[in-house]
Design a protein. Sequence first.
Length: 317
Amino acid sequence: YLFLCFQVLKAFNYSSPWKGQQQMYKLDIGWPKIPEYFTGQTFCVAVDSLHGLVYVGQRGDNVPKVLVFSEEGYFLYSWNNTVEMPHGIFVLNTATDSSVWITDVGTGKYGHTVKQYSPSGKLMQIVGTPGNAGSSLIPLQFDQPAEIFVEETGDIYVVDGDGGMNNRLLKLSNDFKTIWLTGTNGTGIGQFNIPHSVTVDPYGRVWVADRDNKRMQVFDKITGEWLGSWSSCFSEDGPYSVRFTADYKYLIVAQLNINRLAILAAPPVGSIRDCVMVNTIQLADETKPHLVDVDMKSGAVYVAEIGAQQVQKYIPV
């Protein structure tokens, strides 16, 4: 009992009070209602804020690969077909329908692909060559694609890959034609070493968590041109995940090795300048936050934690 109390206290210990930080988020200890539904390693989470749904991608033998919860924390259903090793997950809502996009880094017959599903788990599209690790010569041949972001226009951004041959950012049209692609393996401007997460802001900028280079890189969404990078906030650990808060004032960045969420000030239109860390959420040891998503209605932050094998929900204070 004492140990449990200690763990709860640790979970609530977001930031050192003597740093003068205002607490911005608090843990929703009632989400999910029954944590026992997490039976594998929880790698990714995506929020459908329009319909109040939360999708979780998990890995493991004989476990459902996708779990669906309500935003209140009730388990609704799961599916398992054609998903091998989910890495990233994204929900797109358009005027007419919703779809769930999953990057699959498996090495079997479904791997190295980006897949589009209906909300109930029906496979609608496969992008990439299933089962074939790509070379950077062929745009749509992925090698462990890490994450995807889809705009309401249908334009698609993919960071490829999670440790494979490819280290690149692609922009595709809604019919999967390549609009532009950028990046090779390296440490130079516009190069990547495990581009791990991608998101787009309202000012036409694409943000990429360049994980093993310990920096965030920013690109023009129309041209793919490099706009700047941030590294000073990531000296302790590289960025694993990048999402904007619902008001686009901040970026939420997961740092897996130090069990932390960093909250950074988002630059308005114009120069990227350098990063400013506004706040942090310190998670318990060995939690290992991998990817996050934000409910763009309520502002809640969901964190997929590989170490803790759970998804946690943080709500704005």
